[in-house]
Design a binder for this molecule. Sequence first.
Ligand code: AMP
Ligand code: FE
Ligand code: FE
Ligand code: ZN
Length: 274
Amino acid sequence: MWTQAVDLHCHSHHSDGLWSPSEMAKRAHDAGVKVWSLTDHDTNTGWDEAADACSELGIRFIPGVEITCAVEMTSETSDSTSWHLLAYFPEGCSPEFTSWLESFKDSRVPRMKSMLSALAELGHQIPFEDVAKFAEGSIGRPHLARAMIEHGIVETMQQAFDDWIGDSGPAFRERPLPTIAEAVEMVHSSGGITSLAHPGYYGIPSDELVQRLVTLGVDCIEAVHGSHPDSLRFELMQYALPTSVGGDSHGTEKRPSPGKMPVPLKHLHRCFHP
Ligand code: AMP
Ligand code: FE
Ligand code: FE
Ligand code: ZN
């Protein structure tokens, strides 16, 4: 038995997605999704709108967040500067979690200002407000890239990352990140469960990775991710760790809508069954 009625990884304009939470909910519904989660980066400000849209559409909404965490294991084949932990709250979420999240969201503001100072020193002045106007929830580099286009500094988002604000760019600045262990503890004490997002990104052999996740108390692994080849999906589903499934739609051309992600029910964590 398998299903493609579940998609638990999706972004709205509350982080780096193109569409509103309700537009994404509608796209999920139209693609046949019955259990859906909005997992904006480091913010839950889209939950209310998403939940309302889902109840109107008659699909189940699971509140989610994709938490940017510090790198847990270094790899020679991956230059990831963060690991992404998905948090889900099928039974609701305590207010402490929101405060914890806000503390990281708030730290994005001084970090953005420091990136703007770096750009100014390199000859490109952009007022903070010109970036902030693109950000509905947590302000980040995609918003800066859009402001850079508007100011005529670059022509495309990609050029902004390649030349200026990519992880090794001259105007890139780090921001404070929780460890995976800290995030897991916070999510568990707030009533949620966790899944390691897109495990194929980190360049760690599957057996070592799964072993570490189990030690850390991570509940699931996102074996079925939009970017993973089938070979990796099946490999990761061989372990005892339950699976989550995520298209990681941002509303952009490559994957405009959630859904159409088949997953075997026996591997899918029981919280997410349709
Ligand atoms: P931030 O959380 O502010 O560091 O921004 C991270 C986001 O920027 C990611 O989720 C991507 O959407 C985007 N991003 C990061 N690196 C690149 C890149 N090299 N090219 C295009 N987009 C990128
Ligand atoms: Fe993203
Ligand atoms: Fe991610
Ligand atoms: Zn994502």
